[in-house]
Design a protein around this ligand. Structure first.
Ligand code: NAD
Length: 291
């Protein structure tokens, strides 16, 4: 590292709280070194109320860009100079690029990362009917990107908890911004019979809730009998790598059972490309840091 850092090295960073567990510094620094890019990546623990200070500091330091994790994603979207269409619709960003003139553009790569990961597993979204479980941060990014990428129908299901209203807003935003979509709806996840009927008519089932993630690792978000061979199943949860839902999807012989770790990898790869204009060495990064 010391042989790489010099008087011109450009700073990239992660902000959020906590960030100590993050694999992002290892992933980006490895990729910078591998491609001979004169840049370094650090993680900074920034509580929500310090988001503005951190962004101003990056302006002062002429950083190249930064990633944002919880809880600062929404606040950052309100503080940058412009947003990508997807970040605008989601109302949050996880990647900010500092442009040549010092202005900042916010992007969200969670949705593109998710869809790229599906593609890597042979699952296309265009023209397909999706059932999406969840209305939190990950689910909103996925709903928006799936709509922008031409999904024919998106049926969102969520518990009637504090996240439900956000799902209703997402449905409205998508209807307005993507009028070509045939249908986008939200229903209560506890309407099990309806959920079963809608899944039976769908091509892809996505779990973007916390169900399945430690300590909810024994929670199956939908009854196992709803899983069938011609359904593709994807989970955003990556801890554990194989969730109970994915295990049941494999047992049912589903055409794909896609875990959340690839979404994490591909959202990072998309940010790397926005920063550098170059492709991240994804295969090596996957083997070194994600397996
Ligand atoms: P969030 O807090 O914004 O949303 C939580 C969602 O889970 C809501 O829809 C809520 O209603 C639902 N939920 C919570 N407990 C539930 C339960 N017992 N049963 C059914 N639904 C329940 O969270 P988020 O940031 O959207 O993260 C959701 C999951 O996605 C987490 O497991 C997170 O680790 C994962 N995630 C993965 C990636 C990736 O790159 N793979 C990226 C972001 C988030």
């Amino acid at each position: 590292m010391e042989s790489r850092i010099n008087g011109h090295t450009r700073l990239y960073a992660l902000i959020g709280s906590p960030v100590g567990h993050s694999g992002s510094p290892a992933m980006y620094n490895y990729s910078f070194a591998k491609l001979g890019i004169d840049a370094a990546y650090l993680a900074f623990d920034i509580p929500l109320e310090k988001t503005k200070d951190a962004i101003e500091a990056f302006r002062t330091l002429n950083a190249g860009g930064f990633n944002i994790t919880m809880p600062n994603k929404t606040a950052t979207a309100q503080l940058v100079d412009r947003l990508s269409p997807a970040a605008e619709l989601v109302g949050a960003c996880n990647t900010v690029v500092v442009e040549e003139d010092g202005s900042m553009t916010g992007h969200i790569t969670d949705g593109t990362g998710f869809i790229r990961n599906l593609k890597e597993h042979g699952v296309e979204v265009k023209g397909q009917k999706l059932v999406l479980l969840g209305t939190g941060g990950a689910a909103t990014a996925i709903a928006v990107q799936a709509a922008l990428d031409g999904a024919s129908e998106i049926a969102i299901f969520n518990r009637k908890d504090e996240f439900y209203a956000n799902g209703e807003k997402t449905v409205e935003k998508i209807r307005k911004a993507v009028p070509s979509i045939a249908k986008v709806s939200i229903e209560d996840l506890d309407q099990t019979e309806l959920l079963g009927q809608v899944i039976a008519e769908s091509d892809i089932l996505v779990n973007a809730t916390r169900a399945g993630m430690s300590p909810l690792e024994n929670v199956l978000p939908v009854p196992a009998e709803f899983l069938r061979k011609d359904l593709a199943v994807a989970d955003v949860v990556y801890n554990p790598r194989e969730t109970l839902l994915l295990k049941k999807a494999k047992e049912a012989g589903c055409r794909a059972a896609v875990g959340g770790i690839g979404m994490l990898l591909w959202q990072g790869a998309a940010a790397f490309e926005l920063y550098t204009g170059q492709e991240m060495p994804v295969q090596e990064v996957m083997e070194r840091f994600f397996s």
